[in-house]
Design a protein around this ligand. Sequence first.
Ligand code: ADP
Ligand code: MG
Ligand code: MG
Length: 898
Amino acid sequence: MTTQTLTKTQWVYAFGGGGADGDASMKNLLGGKGANLAEMSSLGLPVPPGFTITTECCTHYYSNGNTYPADLDGQVAAGLARVEELTGKRFGDASNPLLVSVRSGARASMPGMMDTVLNLGLNDQTVDGLAKLSGDRRFAFDSYRRFIQMYSNVVLGLDHHMFEEILDEHKERLDVTIDTALSAEDWERVVADYKKAVEADLGKPFPQDPQAQLWGAISAVFASWMNDRAKFYRRMHDIPESWGTAVNVQSMVFGNMGETSATGVAFTRNPSTGENRLYGEFLINAQGEDVVAGIRTPQALTKAAREEMGDKAPSMEEALPAVFTQFKTVVETLEKHYRDMQDIEFTVEQGRLYMLQTRNGKRTAKAALKIAVDLANDGVISQEEAVMRVEPASLDQLLHPTIDPSSERDVIAKGLPASPGAATGQVVFTAEEAERLGSAGEAVILVRDETSPEDIRGMDAARGILTARGGMTSHAAVVARGMGRPCVSGAGEILIDEKAREFRVRGRAFKAGDIITIDGSNGEVLSGAVKMIEPELSGDFAALMAWADKTRRLKVRANAETPLDARTARQFGAEGIGLCRTEHMFFDEDRIAAVREMILADDERGRRAALAKILPMQRADFVQLFTIMEGLPVTIRLLDPPLHEFLPHTEEDVKAVAEATGLDAAKLWRRARELHETNPMLGHRGCRLGVSYPEIYEMQVRAIFEAACEIAASGKAAPIPEIMHPLVAKGEEMRFLRQLTDRTAKEVLAEKNMQIEYMVGTMVELPRAAIRAGDLAEHAEFFSFGTNDLTQTTFGISRDDSGRFLNAYIDKGIFEKDPFVSLDQDGVGDLIRIAAERGRAQRPDVKLGICGEHGGDPASIEFCERVGLDYVSCSPYRVPIARLAAAQAAIGEREKDR
Ligand code: ADP
Ligand code: MG
Ligand code: MG
């Protein structure tokens, strides 16, 4: 064991007294709280001295059968001795006792971890010492009763109600309502009863030995790393179990030592709006969590804030002016030092300020944006740093409409603000109904007790989601936030009767089809429609986006096929359309008849006759789209789904269609059966249609070029059509399709006597296409990776059916993430890499893009940057997210090169 003695591990890091062993860069080892306590100490700020037991010690504890390293004891003793020296007090000393707090602190702040224990070291002897030392017996016993309750609850696992009941009995007996009315003697009696209750419950007395108390608390912190709450939180936030938590042991300072003592929390800027003003609360003569516990109403920090809120109780600025001035300086120092908004905890003991915590404050997306832009404008951080400071996915919260504050609100219920933004729509009670009405373009609000994975498609089709049960982390809340759908969850007053298709709330009933509005930003449910404000895309948002655009290399396009989508996409900064599907144009009510006629035709001549009817309509679609996307590239994918999707499927439907259109029912039925496929995803679809029925693709290509010529002739900037052939697997397919496209284009351009720049390419969505990309690139000028299908065909998993088993795969850790949401970089990603490489080897300037759902997923975008694609294409609402993610990816790549 000589090596161990040679390289002695430091398990304990001291802080306070004007210096520290660690610093802010050591979060991995010391946890966030410990690292920042060390940093504040080194900055010379008043931090009560203490020490941090490292996360490494936690890891050691768990990998060695819940035992501590042999030399921990000695290091803790040395740490404690240093604190005793700095404070001039002694741990466990009856006449001059040192008291400490024991605080957990992981790398990332983690709710679910052990609560802090304050006033540790108190027992029947030291409480007397504290009373004499402070000259305040009441304060001493107030601290003791707090300690017994906290320790019993947090370390010994006793229910805190037990203590509250005892305290209530005493208050009743004394006929008082507030804690501050209890005298020293009263608290002494409460303490005696507390101890009795603990002994009755545990069968042994409350631990009196301060050393036993200390080690009990340290063990409890390490144990809390593995409790269910902590495990759940880690899973939700991808925090590895191996990180472990640190333990901070720190000498106590007392905010409950009378009228010149206080405790409080502060943010250097407003965490919900980002406004650059000190924000926070404090309480006089209070300790620890009193401020957030809601027992007393906290007071404002600044005079201005107090006046704005119309509070009577004085602000800190007014009540403790000298400390406040010092505090303001400290707070400014901290923000300047960390170059970010800080979330601060502090205590004042008899007029002396102590800093207990600082960290980069959590904030809303709106505040994140404003703070980043303000800090950059003030020269505190660079524009690129500002770009890095905003989470791309969080922009979602800013891109949705909100309710006009001046409009009337008929609030019918209140739930949790589970996903931001507001939405109006008709009430529906099932996911199927939401899907049906949603895809028909109706605005619906899906109302359910709670949602489950089977509801995903319905949730996606809805404008908003309202649930009666479930919290901020319920399925509905998590999924809605992911999709950027407004959601109110846990509106418990709502009683849903799915059978009767209505819900009742506060004596009112709402039926399916009734219009309601939900406000996912404050949890309100309103009757009827209300006036909305469109998202603010100028100001800070525009500034940050401009910085992102300056930085990124990847172009960002949108997947859009309707004029509304295309306009939204442009407004959000799309630089073209990366995927315009054309089948919806076939499904349109006034066209489907001609489409069916085409499918029923006996020969090419019949098909051409029907296609001639579709041509002008299709051309009109493209004219509209090209007008909106003036001068920008538009990738148009030719018809993709199998033809039977356009035919009625049940006998009933066949009858209805025959009656409505005059088509022959028997023929319709026969054709539907003929076209039936066992496995349509791998059937007669994609370019296979173009190969079997070239006239269909010819009509589409003709429509595209006629539309482009029409735009150019009208003097507008001609679009750059990129004609994309789906589901190509072989070079020979591509050769055939290329010839078809060029021939038709030439025909139209000759007729119109015009020149239009265009490209012909393919969607790469089959493993064979990726592997033989060189063959494809001989004829294709661009590849667009259709990663939805490429994921399906690579895994052999149908996306529509994967919901039933993917969760089990994710739970068992076989899949880290749903590969349809975030690109499977090792497998599907490798195919993309190979295709890019082989495509470029054949045609160096082959244009490369991605157009699956992944095009809007920040992690997948980072991958696209690494592989060197030219653009990503995503749904219109995700365009800003993609712009920011692309900028961050570019910065990330550059940093790597350094
Ligand atoms: P959390 O991580 O939940 O914020 P903390 O460890 O920061 O828990 O402790 C919560 C509160 O307890 C602090 O904000 C502070 O008011 C109080 N506290 C912690 N340590 C001390 C101490 N050494 N002296 C006085 N109060 C303390
Ligand atoms: Mg806490
Ligand atoms: Mg804290």
